[in-house]
Design a protein around this ligand. Structure first.
Ligand code: ADP
Ligand code: S3P
Ligand code: MG
Length: 173
């Protein structure tokens, strides 16, 4: 069964996607990687040249083209900012898994990372973090807390939850 990972920067969407992909025998599609390939340049350079708005346009294009792929889709943390993206996520065939992580843990994981243009200032990050919580909840079918858990533990937890979702879907048929 495919799945889509959402959550704030540093929640582990890329890492967990990599771990789960061989477990469910599906390729990983990391939207940030697809954006980088499409633009032919790294994310900070995209932000510098076309701004966040230009980045968001590319993000919607790659989301639209992959959303119903048989894959583990790792989104970028800001994917839920655009209404159209939230509609795409809510209408997706695959369950959407929200990797929920406290702000303290996020800071410990990604502070000083120079590959994330929106993670350079703690006050601005905290504002984004607070704005986005309800949007992740809005699109999520499954919520998994990631604080103080290893990627392997989180991956197993997601696999178990997917098994229950699959059973529920079958029993409703
Ligand atoms: N559960 C976890 N426990 C500890 N470190 C983690 C965990 N998940 C991710 N990380 C680390 O946090 C950083 C950000 O992870 P990443 O997968 O890139 O997050 P995202 O794609 O959600 O922004 C990486 O250095 C990664 O190794
Ligand atoms: O939260 C965001 O707005 C962003 C998150 C990043 O992905 P990760 O969540 O994988 O870091 C990347 O898409 C870009 O830097 C913008
Ligand atoms: Mg990522």
């Amino acid at each position: 069964m495919s799945l889509i990972l959402v959550g704030f920067m540093g929640a582990g969407k890329t890492t967990i996607g990599q771990q789960i992909s061989p477990l469910i025998h599906l390729p990983q599609q990391d939207l940030d990687d697809l954006i980088i390939k499409k633009a032919g340049k790294p994310i900070p350079q995209i932000f510098d040249e076309v701004g966040e708005a230009g980045f968001r346009q590319l993000e919607t294009q790659v989301l639209e083209s992959t959303i119903d792929d048989a894959a583990v889709i790792s989104t970028g943390g800001g994917v839920i900012m655009q209404t159209i993206n939230r509609h795409l996520l809510q209408g997706a065939l695959a369950p959407v898994v929200y990797l929920k992580t406290s702000f303290e843990t996020i800071l410990a994981r990604i502070q000083n990372d120079d590959n994330r243009p929106l993670a350079t200032n703690i006050t601005a990050m905290a504002r984004l973090f607070n704005q986005r919580q309800s949007l992740y909840e809005e699109v999520a079918d499954i919520v998994v807390d990631t604080d103080a858990k290893s990627p392997a533990f989180i991956s197993t937890e997601i696999m178990n939850q997917l098994a229950s979702v699959s059973e529920l879907r079958h029993s409703a048929m």
